[in-house]
Design a protein around this ligand. Structure first.
Ligand SMILES: *[C@@H]1O[C@H](CO)[C@@H](O)[C@H](O)[C@H]1NC(C)=O
Ligand SMILES: *[C@@H]1O[C@H](CO)[C@@H](O)[C@H](O)[C@H]1NC(C)=O
Ligand SMILES: *[C@@H]1O[C@H](CO)[C@@H](O)[C@H](O)[C@H]1NC(C)=O
Length: 132
């Protein structure tokens, strides 16, 4: 029993070293919750234009600073966030960057209940805003 427990402790200890998890790591879900500071509610984006999504970086733990981030567009309705996972607005940036440029898609319907979600943490969803 002792040996098994010791071995599994060793095995668990190595799991985080295998690969830096690209985006969604349950450890970071707990500790890292950066507020999205833009877009905020009442902003209006125009399809095809470029915008600077920003978030707070002052509380990013060292372990998460080098994590790659993903920004997805979603909207409310059908009891779902309707995240457009197939067409991320941005990838390949660091959470520590605090901002990333995104282009509002040209081929989406106008709505007033869009939001963006910054992964690295499932909790940081922007307020709803309009794309027209
Ligand atoms: C996010 O902003 C809200 C409102 O300003 C604040 O209460 C909260 O502490 C902030 N969260 C973090 C993780 O900074
Ligand atoms: C985006 O916003 C951040 C934070 O305000 C700023 O540092 C950065 O220069 C901006 N990027 C562009 C391309 O405007
Ligand atoms: C809800 O689902 C229906 C059927 O899939 C779809 O036509 C409609 O656009 C959805 N509404 C929202 C707000 O996403």
């Amino acid at each position: 029993m002792m040996l098994i427990a010791a071995l599994s402790t060793v095995a668990l200890a190595f799991i985080p070293l295998i690969t830096p998890s690209p985006v969604i790591d349950s450890n970071e879900l707990l500790v890292f919750n950066p507020n999205i500071t833009y877009p905020y509610s009442n902003v209006i984006w125009h399809r095809g234009s470029t915008y600077n999504v920003t978030w707070e970086t002052d509380k990013i733990p060292t372990e998460a600073a080098e994590n790659a981030g993903v920004v997805l567009l979603g909207h409310s309705g059908n009891n779902s966030e309707n995240l457009d996972i197939a067409h991320p607005l941005a990838t390949d940036f660091f959470l520590r960057d605090g901002s990333v440029l995104v282009k509002a898609p040209e081929d989406i319907p106008g709505r007033k209940d869009y939001f963006v979600v910054l992964f690295g943490d499932s909790g940081n969803k922007s307020p709803e805003f309009e794309i027209c």
